[in-house]
Write a protein that binds this ligand. Structure first.
Ligand code: ZN
Ligand code: ZN
Length: 160
């Protein structure tokens, strides 16, 4: 088994509040899908982040990027692109009495390892285009005959 590319050992970092450390990681996060676009399960995604030890936990700031693919919402042709998202999230230890649905948006911090996986997945899911277009002025499919109007205007156009 390959080791999890998203686990970062943080014991040393947490010992010195104010210290920080750069991490560049590449790996897979499994399939991500939003409506008409997705990051394939076998596709590598990358994270380039700085971890900073704070009093209450560890702040992770940087960027996450991945190749996505999908279908144009107008003409259904396949579309590919790269998404890059800026991230800035706080990981902090969960206290025993805290409910898991604590309204503060933080990620759990175990004592020795910080798991970048959930942050990477969440960031990409938010950034995936919900209704992608192959190009801004895609002419789409004809609702009458189904022809792709990007290829050639169909005869139906004249009657409308
Ligand atoms: Zn299109
Ligand atoms: Zn037509």
């Amino acid at each position: 088994m390959a080791k999890d590319p998203w686990l970062v050992p943080v014991t040393t970092l947490r010992r010195v509040p104010g210290s920080s450390r750069h991490e560049a990681r590449v790996g897979r996060v499994g399939a991500l899908e939003v409506a008409e676009s997705r990051v394939a399960a076998g596709s590598d995604v990358s994270a380039d982040v700085v971890l900073s030890a704070l009093d209450g936990g560890i702040e992770v700031e940087g960027s996450v990027s991945a190749v996505w693919e999908g279908e144009c919402r107008r003409c259904l042709s396949s579309v590919r692109g790269v998404i890059t998202c800026e991230v800035r999230e706080l990981y902090r230890p969960r206290r025993r009495h805290e409910k898991p649905d604590d309204d503060e948006e933080t990620y759990p911090l175990e004592s020795e390892m910080l798991d970048l996986g959930p942050l990477v997945r969440d960031a990409l899911l938010l950034e995936l285009p919900v209704a992608p277009l192959c190009r801004d002025d895609c002419a789409g499919l004809c609702p009458t005959c189904g022809a792709n109007r990007n290829d050639a205007p169909c005869r139906c156009l004249s009657s409308g």
